[in-house]
Design a protein around this ligand. Structure first.
Ligand SMILES: NC(=O)c1ccc[n+]([C@@H]2O[C@H](COP(=O)([O-])OP(=O)(O)OC[C@H]3O[C@@H](n4cnc5c(N)ncnc54)[C@H](OP(=O)(O)O)[C@@H]3O)[C@@H](O)[C@H]2O)c1
Length: 337
């Protein structure tokens, strides 16, 4: 297949692009910047206007649009504007490129987020009966603000009405847990390793997550299955309260105790790190009903197993990196002697 990935240079995009490239597919990443040493083609675009990049869409099999400014920031008015504009503009222009193509891609997978559902503890949100949080007034203002970003983003994807020849899927993704450096898993594991991996806030809020292998498998499934269109939750079927989530992570790492963090401590930490507590304190209880109904089988349905796998792979990658550094040092030392 030929698979185009606008915004494919981020955490999710790199994992998908490498996985599809290794399977022998033709991968083309659209990026606003240069990418060193990519084994696939990287084509420039500005994520908001038509350009030479649109030619790539002719006859492509799939477009997976991931472009958008990172949500890991303070939700100030300026940042919220940038978050919305970067997502809406990129989505609209991808839609235009698809509409203009004489031989358009068969499927458009458009990034969205599980944040679009309401903060709730009582029952899981799925694509069929989930509570959409639009209009919620019982949560902090910043939580409502980020929902507006999520809603505008999905609306941009459907602007212009149904596409005649391209199936569209909205990827309502929960936190993707990867052993690669720089993601949410490494941040959480970092807390556990420092003895700080206790519950956050009152620990009752649900954490929805998906293991990176299942994420890639689900994306491949959605490309292949002509029957699935519209919103699809990319979440493991076993979301769990934050206190249990952190306990399972501590056990997987081999630490019994972890200091809890109160809401106030989290607020102060988030302020210093220029991020928001919404990412930790909102109860995201999201389940993948449509994928399960379609017959998708998760390799990592439960967090305990996923956490053990991620910890083992994180450790192995660290050991490999430090043996490589030692070997390089030895070689350089030998050269100097
Ligand atoms: N990671 C998760 O767990 C998760 C969960 C739910 C939803 N999502 C969504 O899925 C998408 C991909 O996730 P990710 O973690 O890979 O995101 P990411 O690391 O933030 O990467 C997104 C990519 O978007 C491009 N980008 C950044 N700022 C932009 C701007 N102002 N205008 C246009 N493009 C911009 C960048 O590519 P270039 O600089 O190369 O152009 C960047 O590599 C994101 O939209 C994210 O919100 C992610």
């Amino acid at each position: 297949m030929k698979i185009i990935i606008p915004g494919g240079t981020g955490q999710i995009g790199r994992i998908l692009a490498h996985a599809f490239h290794e399977e022998g597919h033709e991968v083309v990443v659209l990026s606003r910047g240069a990418v060193a040493d990519a084994p696939f083609r990287v084509v420039p675009w500005d994520a908001r206007s038509l350009g030479g990049w649109v030619a790539e869409f002719e006859g492509a099999d799939a477009v997976i649009n991931l472009a958008g400014r990172s949500i890991n920031c303070r939700y100030t008015p300026a940042n919220l504007r940038a978050l919305t504009e970067s997502r809406v503009d990129a989505t609209l222009i991808v839609g235009q490129a698809i509409r203009r193509a004489a031989n358009p891609p068969r499927v458009w997978l458009q990034a969205s987020t599980a944040t679009i559902y309401a903060h709730r503890y009582d029952a899981p949100n799925d694509e069929l009966t989930g509570l959409m949080a639009t209009g919620a007034t019982d949560t902090p203002k910043t939580w409502q603000d980020i929902l507006k970003v999520a809603t505008a983003w999905e609306q941009a994807a459907t602007e212009g009405g149904p596409l005649p020849h391209t199936r569209q899927v909205l990827l309502r993704t929960t936190i993707m847990m990867s052993a690669e450096p720089g993601g949410a898993f490494e941040v959480m594991l970092g807390l556990v390793r420092r003895g700080l991996g206790g519950r956050a806030g009152d620990g009752r809020q649900y954490v929805s997550w998906i293991h990176e292998h299942d994420f890639v498998r689900a994306v491949r499934w959605l490309i292949d299955r002509d029957t699935l269109a519209g919103p699809v939750n990319l979440a493991a079927p076993g979301p769990l309260p934050n206190a249990e989530f952190m306990r399972a992570l501590r056990e997987a790492w081999g630490r019994r105790l972890g200091l809890p963090a109160s809401g106030l401590v989290l607020e102060a930490g988030a302020w210093f790190m220029r991020t928001e507590t919404e990412l930790i304190l909102k109860s995201r209880r999201v389940v993948p009903t449509r994928l399960l109904q379609d017959g998708f089988k998760f390799e990592f349905p439960e967090w305990a197993g996923a956490a053990r796998d991620l910890c083992a792979r994180w450790r192995a990658a660290r050991q490999k990196a430090s043996s490589f550094a030692e070997a390089t040092e030895d070689k350089e030392g030998f050269g100097r002697r």
